[in-house]
Design a protein around this ligand. Structure first.
Ligand SMILES: [Fe+2]
Ligand SMILES: [Fe+2]
Length: 311
């Protein structure tokens, strides 16, 4: 006899299988680019639509050609990393300049738009919690204006940047590459804390989605082995591999690694001669789980950073 309760038990089993068998690496070379109302060119990396068992989050890559801007839209929180190019973001009609390496925090329901003012394309990586917001029937998404070509007279009239902080409550909106500070406290070769909940937050106040840090894993080293709820790593520089749930996943620059929801043990390895650098995204729902998980600890097998590969 099937009843609603049996359906829950079946669903639980299915959730487990989906997480255990899901893909772990979104390959930069296999991206499926699409034109959307918001972006001239966008591709989902880690997302429910690309088959990843996410906990209501997603990672997207997008390109703004020279002389173009994105659409203007309103939705939940977003975290953006500028991989390439220069320009500015209009957020609540305030201007925030960006260039390669800038991280941007978009507060919940702030209208925003990115404008490319350079000679080359702007490429950006964005994290959102849209699938979760949609599931709980919150965080509506509204399109105010579509992507298009810049009008030079409109660009000339754009306001100047007044601050890197948000006038509403003083939180930080942008942080440039040259403002990233190396931390002494690291379980990797080096860590630059950006806007996450653990480590220095630099004035950011991210709730739903954060670009928490940049990790540097030195040549011929491995990170600590540990377990925690969902996180993403985007490979900024170098190549390496990750062991997740006992399986090996190789990746190269431009790929994104999915540490799935659940408490799957994982560890990152750099067996090569060049350092690797990863951008880490984490989502607020993780802390909703961690705070109620009895006896939760980030389980560490090897606490020592930069353990030599042959250890
Ligand atoms: Fe957005
Ligand atoms: Fe981790």
């Amino acid at each position: 006899m099937s009843d609603f309760y049996q359906a829950w038990l079946d669903q639980s089993k299915k959730n487990n299988e989906t997480v255990n068998e899901g893909p772990r690496v979104a390959r930069g070379k296999d991206l499926k680019w699409t034109r959307t109302r918001q972006d001239y060119k966008a591709a989902l990396m880690i997302a429910p639509e690309t088959g990843f068992p996410t906990g209501g989050s997603l990672l997207m890559k997008a390109e703004i050609p020279a002389g173009w801007h994105t659409g203007k839209h309103i939705h939940g929180e977003e975290a953006i990393y500028i991989e390439k190019g220069e320009g500015f973001m209009l957020l609540d009609d305030q201007r925030y300049d960006f260039h390669k390496g800038t991280v941007l925090h978009i507060p919940h329901r702030s209208p925003h738009q990115l404008v490319n003012t350079g000679k080359d394309s702007v490429v950006y990586i964005a994290g959102l919690a849209w699938p979760l917001e949609s599931f709980i029937k919150m965080g509506p998404m509204e399109q105010v204006e579509d992507a298009g070509e810049n009008n030079p007279s409109v660009i000339a009239k754009a306001p100047r940047e007044e601050s890197q902080n948000w006038p509403t409550d003083g939180r930080r909106i942008s942080m440039h590459l040259e403002q990233h500070e190396k931390s002494d406290e690291s379980k990797h070769g080096a860590t630059y804390f950006l806007m996450g909940r653990s480590g220095k937050q630099n004035g950011f106040k991210a709730t739903a989605v954060a670009i928490s840090s940049i990790f540097v894993d030195l040549a011929h080293t491995k990170s600590h082995s540990h377990a925690h709820p969902e996180a993403y790593l985007y490979a900024l520089e170098g190549s390496g591999y990750s062991e997740i749930g006992g399986k090996r996943y190789d990746w190269v620059q431009g790929d994104a690694v999915h540490v799935p929801p659940g408490m799957m043990h994982h560890q990152h390895f750099n067996p090569y001669d060049t350092d690797m650098k990863e951008l880490r995204f984490e989502f607020g729902v993780r802390y909703w789980m961690v705070d109620q998980w009895r006896g939760y600890v980030t389980v560490d097998k090897h606490m020592k950073a930069t353990t030599h590969m042959i250890d």
